[in-house]
Design a protein around this ligand. Structure first.
Ligand SMILES: O=C(O)c1ccccc1NCC(=O)[C@H](O)[C@H](O)COP(=O)(O)O
Length: 221
């Protein structure tokens, strides 16, 4: 079963929608260097993370790279995991892990999977995404899912497929890339920064129904 993360939640109502739809994880975006309607303050991030029900993994998504700041984000907002975008050095990841023990996900540019190889031994998961020149996500752009599948065959870390996914393409993406999880942000929005409940439910249901294994055909009697 492919897991599902719904990213860019900004309100308690949308958090409820995501949990009701049966998503495995929710992403809350905080401290990014790009202008996005999905960014919330650290206080709001902490509030949303506290409000998340049990069994929904909370992921703080950030472009902060300085270890002191990432440690502060984790200690204040107390997410289950942190997702790092942008130029992050290995020592910064080591410091963050040593100080907090938090699960660490790293966004890797789907067009250049060198970072995925370089950080594979250091992180707990790799988000293969269509990032912009600053390393930000939320682009709404798809990439070559077959290439992600090929890369994933030699990566140790679980691969989370992101970038331009939506209810109508998520099942095809899962079949093509065979990821550990899928991640969506703009593809389930009603307007910038607000989720569309129907799209969230449909995305989770279609991801759940998608299978990477061909169904067995019973022999005819
Ligand atoms: O979504 C954003 O606006 C964003 C901004 C800066 C850094 C990361 C961001 N999103 C991270 C995610 O995990 C998104 O779900 C992922 O990039 C996929 O986005 P989309 O293509 O819109 O589904």
């Amino acid at each position: 079963m492919t897991r599902v993360k719904i990213c860019g939640v900004t309100t308690r109502g949308d958090l409820e929608t995501v949990a009701d739809a049966g998503a495995d994880a929710v992403g809350i975006i905080c401290d990014v260097t790009v202008d996005t309607p999905r960014e919330v303050s650290l206080e709001r991030a902490r509030d949303l993370i506290e409000a998340a029900p049990p069994f929904v993994t909370t992921v703080l998504v950030t472009m902060a790279t300085d270890p002191e700041r990432t440690i502060e984000l984790v200690e204040t907002a107390t997410p289950d995991a942190i997702q790092l975008h942008g130029e992050v050095d290995r020592d910064a990841i080591d410091s963050l892990r040593a100080a907090t023990g938090v699960t660490i996900l790293l966004a890797a540019d789907a067009e250049d999977l060198a970072d995925a190889d370089r950080y594979d031994d250091l992180v707990d998961g790799l988000v293969v995404d269509s990032t912009d020149e600053d390393g930000a996500g939320g682009t709404g752009e798809t990439h070559d899912w077959e290439r992600t599948r090929t890369a994933a065959t030699h990566l140790e870390s679980p691969v989370i497929l992101a970038g331009g996914l939506e209810p109508d393409n998520v099942a095809d993406a899962i079949r093509a890339a065979e990821p550990f999880a899928v991640d969506v942000s703009s593809g389930v929005e009603a307007e910038e920064g607000r989720k569309d409940p129907d799209a969230v439910h449909s995305f989770v249901a279609r991801a759940g129904r998608a299978t990477t294994v061909e169904p067995e055909v019973s022999p005819s009697p």
